[in-house]
Design a binder for this molecule. Structure first.
Ligand code: FE2
Length: 301
């Protein structure tokens, strides 16, 4: 019998877990939380008064951790912590974390330190529901396609109000200081649940075998299913919240609607495996190294 409640937030994605302290979970309760994460794709925990070390310890229960990011420097003392700071960047585009490397993280955790009194919500989409929404003809097409994901693309935007233009420019420069390109299946089979899902997002910039114009048109069509309101969970942050999402089967977006108010989250991610398509074929590197400085699951292929 569970001592805690898992309360669905949306019909298709997301649940709030009530009645646990993530610093103190028995193996049995942790296993139930893991199962709930597989089912709901994202779990939210309110009122968790965690330190960085607590967040690292909780994330570690899901597996080995990655570094903060392949290129963006993390916290000086704790290399697993990536500060998500409104002064230096805004993640206001749909993406799955770090899909430009061959082994993107399997799970991301985000913890709120400073939140604006309004706005700055995090949106998370169920990409398996998006896949299931496709008409059969598009589903069959998607299953055959491979997309190249890269961290180096024409992402051009002015610094947001309240952002520090120098920090913004420095973040961008660090982000693309090394370039990776990786081909992933457009339809990925989740390694634990076997659920098929649309594995694209903001780093997917081209489709193998198609022109850039054809690629963009097709990716936009598939992405329109990912961003359908029915498939999206929306989290309104309070301080000391923790959200955990399955990065193998979701995309997310941080709404940049809080002007010059400060917002600071800390991210810790769990290392993931090599994505696999419906035909069993694995993702492969197109450019860049195996990112072994970043993720312990790096493999050479
Ligand atoms: Fe992200």
């Amino acid at each position: 019998m569970s001592q805690f409640d898992v309360r669905k937030v949306g019909g298709r994605i997301g649940a709030e877990v009530v009645g646990v302290d993530v610093r103190d979970l028995s193996d049995e309760v942790f296993a139930e939380i893991g199962a709930a994460l597989l089912e709901h794709k994202v779990l939210a925990f309110r009122g968790q008064d965690l330190t960085d070390d607590d967040q690292i310890a909780f994330a570690s229960r899901f597996g080995a951790l990655t570094g903060a990011h392949p290129t963006v420097p993390g916290d000086e003392e704790r290399p697993e912590i990536l500060p998500v700071d409104s002064e230096s960047s805004r993640a206001d585009q749909w993406h799955t974390d770090v899909t430009f490397v061959r082994t993107p993280p399997k799970i991301s955790t985000l913890r709120s330190l400073v939140v604006p009194p309004y706005g700055g919500n995090t949106l998370i989409s169920n990409t398996a529901a998006a896949y299931r929404d496709l008409p059969e003809e598009l589903r069959l097409l998607a299953e055959r396609l491979w997309a190249v994901h890269t961290n180096d693309y024409d992402y051009v935007r002015p610094a947001s109000a309240g952002a520090d233009p120098e920090k913004f420019a420095a973040h961008r420069e660090a982000f693309v200081s090394r370039v990776w390109k990786t081909a992933h299946p457009v339809v990925r089979v989740h390694p634990e649940s076997q659920e098929r899902n649309l594995f694209i997002g903001g780093f997917a910039q081209s489709v193998v075998g198609l022109s850039s114009r054809e690629s963009r048109a097709l990716l936009d069509i598939f992405q329109s299913y990912v961003t359908r309101p029915e498939n999206v969970f929306r989290w309104r942050w309070a301080p000391n919240d923790l959200i955990v999402f399955d990065n193998r089967i979701t995309q997310h977006y941080a709404a940049d609607d809080y002007g010059d108010l400060p917002r600071l989250l800390h991210r810790v991610t769990v290392a993931g495996d090599v994505p696999v398509g419906v035909d069993g074929k694995e993702s492969y590197r197109v450019e860049g190294d195996d990112a072994s400085h970043y993720t312990p699951t790096a493999t050479a292929a």
